[in-house]
Design a protein around this ligand. Structure first.
Ligand code: ADP
Length: 475
């Protein structure tokens, strides 16, 4: 096929093209089953003829879904790299413009450009921007535009021959539930692969990949240090883990040292954890708007903690003196025998939603900030844990340590159930916060006035607050 040399100059800016990505499956660590599945696709792409003779065809579309930073782009590039095919990438959000007809024409342009270099790979990141459900709420406008773009993608994919893999389209999204079902039909994105957060061993493997070009005192020390980092980085994505190592490398160079040691790794880990956190203990330096948001967040967490009291883990006090992406609520040590029922799990999911629900309620959905960003991911993680590891839900009794252990069909089932639990949790949480709105306001006032509030005061306000009756929330 022609070389891509001139492509960049003459073509639309919204497409990026690479002759070869140079990325391989070795660059992606953890979640081995994903690689196994994609390796099979690469085998078919490379030996197209042979497989065709056996009646095996390459899928036309693969959808990778999961949180940002988990390596979806990396995997798409690895498929291109391993198959030795050119890589065309575009972002769904760039298709949608204010001018009518632009989305469809950009999609057309992308496919036409790619076709002339076939066989090749097309990667559409954030495909939900263009491929979300038709007739759904039109958030941010551009509904008709999106619809035309989506239809154009469908037309293009339907136009590929069933029997030859001229172009493989890879889509990425972090929301599979909002995608138009037409996209997921047979002959379109019918291979759906969940790319989740790495397990502890996955994190270690990712750290190992990104430590390949870094210097440590010894192999032994490197292993011990990375094990430690892996233990401390629950919830981290591959991108964040990579950042930890890069940052540690920079810190090491700045100190004119030759090898990365524990000190640099821990400092960099701390920075990564607190991307948004300053850890300042000085209330005076926290901007007023942020302080108000923090106060509401802490008040909401406090109200939920009273509504669903946890006798084993009582709260002691909270404050607005530090800016963290997690609540400032302090708890006493665990006590007694912990005996968890299903309702306890569900309640903890509801409680975890409080920072996000209150921020949305008070400041509006388009005006959310990082101070509630971790909340939804904690809640979703807790729901996942209930579904995968307790046998208490419709998911069934099997125990899965990692999402990575799930076959795709079970992944879809997990996604559906988790969406269900999250819907209930968010609704229940908003209902509690509306019922106790007056308590939320009073606790917020105390926090803004004094900077902190202890458990007795919180309980006092909670018990005395007038309540506003709410409709029951159906599970
Ligand atoms: P996404 O497309 O899911 O948002 P990216 O592929 O852009 O994520 O990830 C950003 C970077 O993070 C990658 O280029 C890679 O360096 C690193 N990374 C993410 N996940 C992994 C992983 N599982 N193994 C190795 N590196 C990873």
């Amino acid at each position: 096929h022609p070389t891509l040399g001139s492509f960049g100059k003459s073509r639309a800016k919204f497409i990026s093209a690479e002759e070869t990505t140079g990325v391989t499956f070795d660059d992606f660590a953890g979640q081995e089953y994903i690689k196994e599945e994609l390796k099979e696709i690469v085998r078919i792409l490379k030996h197209d003829k042979e497989f065709q003779d056996k009646g095996i065809y390459c899928p036309k579309g693969v959808l990778l879904y999961g949180p940002p930073g988990t390596g979806k782009t990396l995997l798409a590039k690895a498929i291109a790299g391993e198959a030795g095919l050119p890589f065309f990438a575009a972002n769904g959000t760039e298709f949608v413009e204010m001018f009518v007809g632009v989305a469809a024409s950009r999609v057309k342009h992308l496919f036409a450009s790619a076709r002339s270099y076939a066989p090749c790979i097309i990667f559409i990141d954030e495909i939900d921007a263009i491929g979300s459900k038709r007739g759904g709420p039109d958030i941010g406008g551009g509904g008709a535009e999106r619809e035309q773009g989506l239809l154009q993608i469908l037309t293009e994919m339907d136009g590929f021959k069933e029997t030859t893999s001229e172009v493989l389209v890879i889509g990425a999204t972090n929301r599979v539930d909002i995608l138009d079902p037409a996209l997921l039909r047979k002959g379109r994105f019918d291979r759906i692969i969940r790319v989740g957060l790495p397990s502890r061993d996955g994190r270690l493997a990712i750290l190992m990949v990104h430590a390949r070009n870094k210097y440590f005192r010894s192999e032994l020390e490197k292993n011990a240090l990375l094990e430690e980092v892996a233990d401390l980085t629950v919830d981290f994505t591959g991108a964040e883990l990579q950042n930890i190592l890069n940052e540690a490398g920079i810190l090491t160079a700045r100190k004119d040292k030759d090898v990365i040691e524990r000190e640099e790794l821990m400092e960099s880990l701390k920075r990564q954890q607190g991307t948004f956190e300053t850890g300042q203990e000085d209330t005076a330096n926290i901007p007023e708007e942020l302080k108000i948001r923090l106060a509401y967040r802490e008040a909401a967490v406090a109200v939920l903690a009273c509504y669903y009291p946890d006798p084993h883990h009582p709260f002691t006090q909270t404050n607005v003196n530090t800016m963290k992406s997690k609540t400032n609520m302090q708890y006493a040590n665990f006590s007694g025998r912990i005996f968890l029922r299903k309702s306890d799990y569900v309640q903890s999911i509801v409680k975890a939603c409080a920072p996000r629900v209150i921020e949305e309620e008070m400041f509006g959905i388009d005006n959310l900030s990082w101070i509630s960003a971790k909340a939804t991911s904690y809640a979703a993680r807790a729901a996942e844990s209930l579904i995968l590891r307790t046998g208490m839900t419709a998911f069934g009794n099997a125990y899965y340590r990692n999402i990575g252990d799930l076959v795709p069909s079970l992944g879809a089932k997990l996604e559906a159930l988790r969406t269900e639990y999250m819907r209930f949790a968010v609704e229940k949480c908003s209902s509690v916060l509306r019922e106790y709105h007056s308590a939320v306001e009073t606790i917020t006032d105390v926090l803004l006035d004094k900077g902190s509030i202890n458990a007795d005061e919180i309980w006092n306000i909670f018990r005395k607050a007038p309540r506003i009756a709410q409709q029951p929330v159906r599970p």
